[in-house]
Each structure stands twice: as structure tokens, then as C-alpha cells.
Ligand binder design. Sequence first.
Ligand code: FMN
Length: 171
Amino acid sequence: MKKELSFFETVEKRRSVRSFSKKSIEKSKIQKILRTAWMSPSAMGMQNFKIFVVEEQKKKEKLVKATHDQEYVNSSLVLVFCTDPKRIKFMGNRGKQLFSVQDATIAASYSQLAATALGLSSVWVGHFNEKAVAEIIKTKLRPVVVLPIGYANEKPKAKKNQKMKDLIKKT
Ligand SMILES: Cc1cc2nc3c(=O)[nH]c(=O)nc-3n(C[C@H](O)[C@H](O)[C@H](O)COP(=O)(O)O)c2cc1C
């Protein structure tokens, strides 16, 4: 097995990939990705999210449709991150609505980085029909991120970021 990337190597290396090989992902790598998500920070440590692991072919094909025909959602492994605000009992709607979304998206972000560190690739998919995705994974929870993961079949083009100085302001 190739060596795992360091944190800063991982951050530089992580790019959205939209073409994956059919190669399946080792169980140990899936476990590491899920453990990384589980270790992520969350509001009051309440972990107001749930991760649905999708490996079944039929469900992945349905997820392609529910994500408006984003074909790469049919990758070896798809994780669906949902908010699960039942444990959060403070700050009213801010807790229920905002923190649960933040918890779920942080967990997704950690998962993307873990996948990269393990030599895998992914793409964050936010453009989807929430109701359709929830039905496919059989939940009443709100899906906020669909994350296809797999071995890359393409090399991403150079990144076109905004200038750092335009995004960071001293105040
Ligand atoms: C909130 C969010 C929603 C996104 N939704 C989609 C999507 O539906 N489909 C897609 O192909 N990429 C999606 N992306 C990926 C972005 O297009 C990508 O991160 C961006 O172009 C920067 O490229 P990079 O990830 O290679 O750095 C999304 C990313 C974020 C953070």
C-alpha cells in the first residue's frame, strides 16, 4: 500500500474528480474514512449528523438521477451526509437548523480529506433533489451532501482560486 499523505500534502492534493475507475475500495480504507468523519468537531459534541453508506449498484444509479444526472455519483462508494438534529437542545432554531448542517458538512469535509490522504478521490455534490435522495436511502433526515468516492480516472485541471487577499481581511 502507498504511504498515506501528510495533512498539508492532503490539502494540496485534494481536488474534485468526476471520473472514477471501477476498482473497489478496500474495507480498511472505508473504515478509516468513516472514523475520520466520526472524529470531526460538532456543536457541543452532539454529532448532529448521520452518514449513509451506499454501495448497492441500484441505489447508486438512482442517486445519479436524484443528483440531476451527475454520472460520477455512480462511484465505488457513495456517502450521503444528513443532518440529525434530535440531540441538539439549545439555541433554538440556530442549533437545530444551522449547527446540524454545519456538523454534517464538517463531517463530509473531513471524509473528503481522509479519502485523499488514502489515495482516493471524491467530489462534493450539493446539487440534488433532497426528497428523492432521502427516499433512496430510506430516511426522514435531511441530506445535505452526497459524496462519491473512488479511484480517480482523470487528472484535475489547475485550480482557479480567487486571490487570497480578496478573501481574507484584517479587521
Ligand atoms: C457546497 C458545494 C456544492 C457542490 N456541488 C457540486 C455538484 O453538485 N456537482 C459537482 O460536480 N461539484 C460540486 N461541487 C464541487 C465544486 O465544484 C468544487 O469543489 C470547486 O469547483 C473547486 O474545485 P476543487 O474541489 O477541485 O478544489 C460542490 C462543492 C461544494 C463545496
